[in-house]
Design a protein around this ligand. Structure first.
Ligand code: NAD
Length: 697
């Protein structure tokens, strides 16, 4: 017997206990032990029934992710083989489910003949979130035991249901109000006493009311609308239909075939890449995982503007008491008012309880005195984006903050090392670059200065996770990872306009490809004055940087985007819907004359390639310079901070799927075109393309 599974017999009931921390992943340690135990139950005449379980808190989280993509995941027996053994058993097998049964964990429970669960246990088949489907009979068994429509909902959303709902639906036979194992053993004894044998889920029938074809046509319609370019949800519907229309073994065969197809899709590969990429970001090569971290029990945020308010919400939502500091009462009141309004809107939508809002608000201490930051374990500064203002603030914070406090800046462009240099404790200074709206966006770029202490970095990454962000380490450079790349993307969007595209053509091509928003509409949302200010600074700092001045011509007319009702588009009062504006066409046409650009028709394909490869090429420089630790970190930045479509897996992953040689050849083609001098293929891209390699290993 493997160490991860123990077997004992009590009063004729075998107890099979799975023990593979932390989540009883059904890996190579667990599967053989389960199989042997099931056989032992059948072979031992003294055993009348069996219970399989983990602990009151853990049944099983499904496949062992540590073994993904390794030969271990294929070591026999497979989960389907275990399920078949469960079906062959002549003695009743009861699952005692505590905590959660997810994915393969729930399929194991579905292979059992009866199910007892602890209260509030979570039950789910979340495979769809990785672009696949439950591949061990889940799609055939679940619709046989709960209503088909509910089974489809669970499998296409991947969302869990609590055991209490499972009981109502028929998935759970009994809720254990007392001790879980004792209840399950008693349940098994009762089965024996009543002479009940196995009740195999495979022998039940999946039924729908009315016409099967019409039922699935409607389900397909609904699911297609919600599945946003992903094939898995519709394949799951097809499998559920097979559960209704075919015998179990045929349905299983169909499920296996559809699973094999989905595993190979780019969409699924992208989602799995994202899943692992998210778990990688906190791994920092020169910072050991057991690096002692500092305690963050209290925070202070300086500035109650757009960002300060959102950052404060993120902190208090995670239970961290936060002092928010402003210069003037009016600004403080405005900031707090917005925080309250945002929480109230979430309460109104039913996504937050009123008590939770009240608790969050009670954790905020407003102040007009910078001295109130003295107790904070971390101070996050979100004041105006000017070096002199930031340095002045850090000098003051250096004098006020307690020893060991982390001093963080939310700067989006400024040099964190220069900010740190004005303090006597540069080791305690770090950048925390949140994205707007900071209470919603998951990305947090953690900017590691030259002198930032390793423990400060580790603590900030840990805090990032605690406030439910995706923290990604960036080195110091202009724009860090995300904005440095977006500058090249924005530059191309303007060159495309110079050459003949309308803003709506560029945006439509980008959106059709999958981006949440096109570059011009994004500019209107962020405010065109921001980019204009940056460009004015750049004209001085980097006179050789090539820009189209077409965006300046728009901004010069006071067209700052949504906030002024006009930008690249027109906006009706209170609406965010961009409306094409003939005045903009005129400004663009005049600019083309001014710059002497000859226009030409440009395909949607070229638009997308120019935009995305501009990101990719800059990202290759960023990777080579060590600003980003790994390609997948860059992907996470774009997936969680820039509306990059999940099914494309991020810019680096996307470039890998296109093939780096092809990406390079296309970029070399662009070098010969309009403003071709801005396209300098990154040496890393050239090298990997030559070697036939990928960014993501
Ligand atoms: P904002 O103008 O909305 O807010 C800044 C606030 O800081 C104002 O309320 C101001 O009164 C306050 N403030 C200024 N000096 C202060 C001082 N000495 N003491 C206390 N309060 C002071 O600006 P924002 O958009 O929230 O940006 C803040 C920082 O975040 C900037 O560094 C910006 O670059 C960065 N950032 C902004 C965004 C964004 O999308 N807005 C995104 C990421 C990072």
């Amino acid at each position: 017997m493997s160490e991860a599974v123990s077997y004992s017999v009590r009063d004729g009931i075998a107890i099979i206990t799975m023990n593979n921390p932390p989540v009883n992943g059904l890996g190579s340690k667990l599967r053989p032990g389960i199989m042997q135990s099931l056989k032992k139950v059948e072979a031992d005449a003294a055993v009348k029934a069996a219970v399989i379980w983990g602990s009151p808190k853990v049944f099983s989280g499904g496949a062992d992710i540590r073994e993904f993509n390794t030969p271990k995941s294929f070591e026999p027996p497979s989960l389907p083989e275990i399920n078949e053994e469960q079906d062959r058993m002549k003695k009743p097998l009861v699952a005692a489910i505590g905590g959660f049964a997810m994915g393969g964990g729930l399929e194991l429970a579905l292979g059992c003949h009866y199910r007892v669960a602890a209260p509030r246990t979570q039950l789910a088949l979340p495979e769809v979130k990785l672009g696949i489907l439950p591949g061990s009979g889940g799609t055939q068994r679940l619709p046989r035991i709960i209503p088909v429509a509910k089974a489809v909902e669970m499998m296409t959303t991947g969302n869990p249901i609590p055991a209490e709902e499972g009981k109502k639906l028929g998935l759970i036979d009994e809720i254990a109000t007392g001790d879980l194992l004792e209840t399950a053993v008693a349940y098994a004894k009762k089965l024996v006493a009543e002479g009940k044998g196995p009740r195999r889920v495979r022998d039940l029938t999946a039924k729908v009311d009315g016409d099967v074809k019409a039922f699935f046509a409607q389900v397909r319609d609904q699911v297609a609308k919600a599945s946003r370019g992903f094939p898995a949800p519709l394949e799951i519907v097809a499998c559920a239909e097979a559960a209704v229309t075919k015998p179990f073994d045929e349905g299983r065969k169909f499920e296996r075939e559809r699973f094999a197809v989905l595993v190979e899709t780019t969409e699924s590969k992208a989602l799995r890449h994202m899943f692992f990429a998210e778990r990688q970001t906190t791994k920092i090569p020169d910072v050991p995982e057991d690096m002692p971290t500092r305690e963050v029990k209290k925070a202070a945020v300086i500035g109650a503007g757009t960002m300060g308010g959102g950052i404060t919400m993120s902190l208090v939502s995670a239970g961290i008491p936060t002092t928010i500091i402003e210069m003037k009462q009016e600004a403080l009141d405005r900031g707090l008012g917005i925080i309250k309004k945002n929480y109230a809107a979430t309460v109104a939508k039913g996504r937050l309880k009123q008590e939770a809002m009240d608790k969050n608000m009670s954790l905020i201490t407003p102040s007009l005195d910078l001295g109130a930051a003295k107790d904070a374990d971390i101070v996050i500064e979100a004041v105006f984006e000017r070096m002199d203002v930031k340095q002045d603030m850090f000098r003051k914070l250096d004098a006020i903050a307690k020893p060991g406090a982390i001093l963080a800046s939310n700067t989006s462009t400024l040099d964190v090392d220069q900010i740190a240099a004005v303090t006597k404790r540069p080791q305690d200074v770090i950048g925390t670059h949140f994205f707007s709206p900071a209470n919603v966006m998951r990305l947090l770029e953690v900017v590691r200065g030259k002198k930032t202490g390793k423990d400060v970095l580790a603590t900030t990454m840990k805090l990032g996770k605690a406030i439910r962000k995706v923290p990604v380490v960036s080195g110091v450079c202009d724009g860090f990872i995300g904005n440095r790349m977006i500058e090249k993307y924005g530059q191309q969007s303007l060159f495309l306009i110079d050459e003949g595209c309308s803003p709506q053509q560029v945006d439509a091509a980008a959106q059709k490809w999958g981006l949440a928003m096109g570059p011009l509409a994004m500019g209107d949302m962020a405010g065109l004055d921001i980019g204009w200010e940056i460009r004015k600074r750049r004209y001085v700092e980097r006179p050789n940087f090539r820009y189209s001045k077409v965006a300046d011509r728009i901004a010069e007319r006071g067209r700052f985007g949504q906030k002024t009702g006009k930008g690249w588009y027109l906006y009706e009062p209170g609406s965010r819907k961009p409306i094409p504006d003939p005045e903009v066409d005129k400004i663009i046409a005049d600019y083309r004359k001014e710059a002497g650009v000859k226009t030409r028709p440009i395909s949607d394909e070229e638009i997308v390639e120019r935009l995305i490869y501009a990101l990719v090429n800059e990202a290759a420089y960023i990777l080579e310079e060590g600003i980003a630790l790994r390609a997948s970190d860059i992907d996470m930045v774009y997936l969680t901070g820039y509306g990059f479509p999940a099914y494309r897996g991020g810019p680096m992953f996307y470039a890998d799927t296109v093939g780096l040689a092809k990406v390079l050849a296309t970029i070399e083609g662009f070098q010969k075109g309009y403003m071709g001098e801005v396209w300098k293929p990154a040496p890393l891209l050239v090298k990997l393309a030559k070697e036939g390699k990928k960014f993501n290993g």
